[in-house]
Design a protein. Structure first.
Length: 149
């Protein structure tokens, strides 16, 4: 007797991924990247400095804009020091975010959602990836009615 496939959000979880899974994950990725970009842009605006000339001083930013530094480290995995303006880091951050693979986005978003809600929960989680820090969606199976879709 064949093993019954897991279903989430009405989509069967298959290996390799089905087109339906890829489409679902791409939809989730768009929402997640928008949420991250919005959180980033909000923090950039809150710094209140001219980002074109202000240096990326991580120690100072950790004191005055710790969320900005945490967002940057989650997406980029490395820090910046003297010689970089906030705008240079801003441009690199956005490039990195735009090209982030779905599996990486799934893990990163899970950490960011868990970390004092750096980003909001999403409508759905991505499918087919084996691990996440926590469930970053607000939609549960019982919510999947025509009114919730």
């Amino acid at each position: 007797m064949p093993k019954e496939l897991e279903t989430k959000y009405g989509i069967q979880i298959t290996k390799p991924f089905s087109k339906e899974m890829y489409d679902h994950n791409d939809m989730c990725a768009t929402e997640m990247k928008n949420n991250i970009r919005n959180a980033w842009d909000k923090e950039i605006e809150l710094t209140g400095v001219d980002i074109d000339i202000e240096e990326w001083d991580e120690d100072l930013l950790k004191e005055h804009s710790p969320i900005l530094v945490r967002l940057q480290k989650n997406v980029m995995y490395s820090g910046y020091g003297m010689g970089y303006t906030i705008d240079m880091v801003n441009e690199e951050f956005k490039k990195e975010l735009d090209t982030m693979a779905n599996w990486q986005l799934h893990e990163t978003y899970s950490y960011m959602s868990f970390d004092n809600n750096l980003v909001p929960r999403t409508r759905f989680m991505m499918l087919g990836f084996g691990w996440e820090k926590h469930d970053y969606s607000y939609c549960q199976e019982q919510d999947l009615s025509p009114a919730c879709s």
